[in-house]
Design a protein around this ligand. Structure first.
Ligand SMILES: [Mn+2]
Length: 417
């Protein structure tokens, strides 16, 4: 007998069309694998979707695929993740559960003395006992775990699986610590398999009384940093587990997503021109056809502004060479000559005005209206204008010109110029 374990698909995260296609293809491939390998059931411990109510076409796509799995007679067991759960409204997870394509495993009862007890469900064909807790938002789940009646779960006989969504501090990872983690001891002991979600890289570790604590990781990317990890060789896929009355094997099944190219430039102690030159040299002769290209510029410039690093030329050049997507990251680029000084304030507007006042002295322009008091006033008006969100039912073709026109009007510039 075997089961599949996947997590953190984050369906609906990708906004770029090509990346969205990959996100969906990978998900389809995994479920197709589950069907052809005739798994007995599938576990998804959270973040199946990127938000609790994804766009309708994302839902339609997911429902069609889940129907296939359902028609193949394969049950899917889930808990919510931190992304697809909402404390105030329903989730697409609830719709999928309502029509019977997936099954939520959490069956909890609160007792007067403050304890929470969980009941296992039993997978019909294999007799496996399955239970788990969702990853709710802002540490609420920690509270649940602390109240959890672990001993009754630990007393259950037979092959048991526990689904959870969250980081475990006892587990070694090669990525940085990700927010609040909880100690392994909060999970019930003696389960044959602890099926984890939330961590985006595959990780399988064994501890005393916790023989298989496993994260499959995201099958593609649920955060922007995941793409960079992919470009640096991170394998993506799902986990396939063989079992009889105990776990026989736990294997990571790689599912390829796309090809990558990463270009990294260290700007530390350099002038903007020399960084620009390195960027154009490094992008001149590479083959980027149908690849996701990540351009990463970091370090502290000796002179010039970070805006002097001209990524638009690099981006155009790579797009002309038929890159699938070009992602430029300048987040870790700063400059000695010009750096934003932080400022305090009692509300958002005050903080913004104070940031502008603290920093405007560093600017040198020929236009006096961009400097001093009038510059500060203009900057904060402009920020307010550019921060406007799309109106309900307004499409992109209406929204962009509306914002552009009002920003240009603020600057006293004509739209035709
Ligand atoms: Mn996630």
């Amino acid at each position: 007998m075997k089961f599949a374990h996947l997590s953190d698909v984050h369906l609906g995260f990708q906004k770029h069309e090509s990346l969205q296609n990959i996100e969906q293809q990978v998900f389809e491939k995994i479920l197709d694998e589950c069907i052809t390998r005739k798994v007995n059931f599938i576990l998804i411990p959270g973040d199946l979707f990127h938000v609790n109510i994804p766009e309708m076409r994302i839902q339609k796509f997911a429902f069609a695929k889940f129907r296939q799995v359902h028609d193949a007679g394969i049950p899917i067991y889930v808990v919510y993740g931190s992304h697809d759960f909402s404390p105030v409204s329903n989730s697409v997870i609830d719709l999928l559960a309502e029509i019977g394509y997936i099954r939520k495993v959490t069956n909890a009862t609160s007792h007067e003395e403050g304890k929470i007890s969980l009941k296992c469900l039993i997978d019909e064909k294999t007799g496996t006992k399955i239970t788990g807790l969702s990853g709710l938002k802002v540490g609420k789940d920690r509270e649940w775990y602390e109240k959890l009646d672990r001993s009754s779960l630990e007393a259950e006989q037979g092959l048991k699986i526990f689904l959870f969504h969250g980081g475990i501090s006892d587990m070694k990872t090669d990525s940085g610590i990700d927010g609040d983690q909880m100690p392994l001891s909060l999970l019930p002991k003696g389960f044959s398999y602890h099926a984890g979600g939330h961590m985006h890289k595959f990780n399988h570790q064994s501890f005393d009384e916790y023989s298989n604590v496993v994260y499959p990781g995201t099958p593609f990317a649920g955060y922007h940093a995941d793409l960079e990890d992919n470009a640096n060789g991170q394998k993506r896929g799902f986990v396939l587990v063989e079992f009889d009355d105990e776990i026989k094997s736990v294997d990571f099944i790689e599912i390829e997503n796309t090809k990558y190219e990463i270009i990294e430039v260290d700007a530390n102690n350099r002038k903007a021109e020399s960084v620009n030159q390195e960027l154009s040299e490094k992008t001149a002769d590479i083959d980027v056809v149908n690849k996701v290209v990540i351009v990463k510029i970091q370090g502290e410039l000796m002179s010039g502004k970070t805006a002097d690093i001209d990524v638009s030329i690099v981006r155009d050049n790579l797009n002309d060479k038929d890159a699938l997507v070009v992602n430029v990251s300048k987040n870790q680029l700063t400059s000695k000559e010009y750096s934003i000084t932080e400022a305090k304030g009692s509300n958002k507007e005050e903080i913004e005005i104070n940031v502008f006042s603290e920093n405007i002295g560093q600017l040198k322009f020929d236009y006096p209206e961009l400097l001093d008091k009038s510059g500060i006033k203009l900057a904060s008006k402009l920020l307010q204008e550019l921060g406007q969100s799309k109106l309900e039912n307004e499409n992109k073709n209406e929204y962009i010109p509306r914002i552009r026109d009002s920003a240009l009007a603020l600057l006293g510039l004509d739209d035709d110029s």
